[in-house]
Design a binder for this molecule. Structure first.
Ligand SMILES: Cc1ncc(COP(=O)(O)O)c(C=O)c1O
Length: 382
């Protein structure tokens, strides 16, 4: 008999909403993939390498040219060196890096500390590998982490802490103090850290992305994950990577070899070539900062309370002045009556915490954001 490992896990919210809005004129702002075109140069390179390199497998650790390009980009950004031969592995998106890293570290009965609201791929990966998720709620209204509460949950079974900065879906970003606290908590323990930094280039208001990589002591026990899908608006390519010490990476590569073996070849060549031409990452931030400012301004006279997102391309809206319905019900009503799909934040908590918050992606064209905001501004208190 097959033992069901993920009996409580259903479809993710993005899929549920996409299916509901199909063939309607509802604006789906819960859409996870950006509606912002990727660079022509990058797509032209993809076409070139599909013609030239499709008949090759690449090395299981990833195309060396791409690993080298990532290594130089990390050196430039964080001033630290990671060896492309032994410390960087290319994966089928950040999702695969996350699954592979979790499956390398977590064994039956291990505890994994993670923060809610949490991105939807972490818990299934923990549970599939016999781990026990230990949840810590981020603190409203800015969704910071209460490190004292984290400290109290640490024990000899704690194997892993998963962090995500900039944070999907709250937009919270780590401060230097968060890094210091995480370092303090893990100091003298055998705890590993996985840091999901797929939004590393999207941090607003002159703040700096605080990467685990830039802290030597933390970096030694950590795996940092990123995604070209998010960085270059090519989520459909499903190419990401992970970075970590040779010792940890050797563990990860053993799993990686049999979970995926190799990643698609032509797109790795395209990305390597593109990175080597010199990418101005600050343009990515500028574009999304403009979008964030645009939606915050459009919604300023609505009934929602808005604290501008500090990073990512997600914005949360508090609707306590508009309704006391459950967030799932309110989201459904807005969709049916006003034609805009937003995601209810409660779906990112294991116990469906409902703080009257909805969220949406602003990685959309201005005209779509404008029309959606017009509709949202019509919502009146019930
Ligand atoms: C926080 C976070 N982690 C991981 C991923 C998955 O990235 P990928 O599409 O490269 O698998 C995403 C995608 O948006 C994300 O937001």
């Amino acid at each position: 008999m097959i033992k069901e490992k993920l009996s409580s896990i259903g479809k993710d919210i993005y899929t549920v909403i996409s299916e509901l809005v199909q063939d309607t004129d509802i604006i789906n702002l819960a859409k996870v993939s950006p509606e912002i075109p990727c660079s022509d140069t990058l797509t032209e390179l993809a076409v070139k390498y599909i013609k030239e390199k499709s008949a090759e497998y690449t090395h299981p650790d990833g195309l060396l040219e791409l690993r080298k390009a990532i290594s130089s980009s990390i050196k430039k950004k964080h001033g630290v060196s990671f060896d492309p031969q032994t410390e960087i592995t290319i994966s089928a998106g950040a999702t695969q890096s996350m699954y592979t890293a979790i499956s390398s570290f977590v064994n039956e009965g291990d505890e994994v500390v993670l923060f809610e609201p949490a991105f939807n791929s972490y818990v299934p990966a923990i549970v599939s590998n016999g781990g026990r998720p230990v949840f810590v709620q981020r603190q409203e209204p800015d969704y910071h982490i209460d490190w004292e509460a984290v400290q109290k949950l640490i024990n000899t079974r704690t194997k892993l802490i998963i962090v995500n900065t900039p944070h999907n879906p709250t937009g919270a970003v780590f401060s230097e103090e968060d890094i210091a606290q995480l370092k303090k908590i893990t100091n003298g323990t055998k705890i590993n850290v996985i840091s999901d930094e797929v939004f590393e280039h999207i941090v607003f208001d002159r703040q700096k992305h605080q990467s685990i990589l830039s802290n030597e002591q933390l970096a030694e026990r950590s795996i940092v994950i990123s995604s070209f899908g998010v960085t270059f608006n090519v989520p459909g390519w499903k190419i990401g990577y992970c970075i970590g010490s040779e010792k940890l990476m050797a563990q990860i590569r053993k799993k990686h070899l049999f979970q995926i073996n190799t990643i698609n070849t032509p797109l790795q060549y395209a990305l390597a070539d593109y990175l080597n031409k010199g990418v101005d990452f600050s343009n990515i931030k500028k574009k999304f900062q403009a979008n964030r400012d645009f939606v915050v301004d459009l919604l300023k006279d609505s009934g929602f309370e808005i604290i501008p997102s500090k990073g990512t391309f997600y914005q949360l809206l508090n609707y306590r002045n508009l309704s006391d319905e459950k967030d799932t019900e309110f989201a459904r009503r807005i969709m049916d009556e006003y034609g805009v799909a937003l995601f209810p934040l409660s779906v990112f908590y294991h116990d469906s915490v409902d703080n009257k918050i909805l969220g949406f992606s602003f990685a959309r064209e201005e005209k779509v954001l404008k029309e959606a905001a017009l509709r949202l501004c019509k919502i009146k208190k019930q």
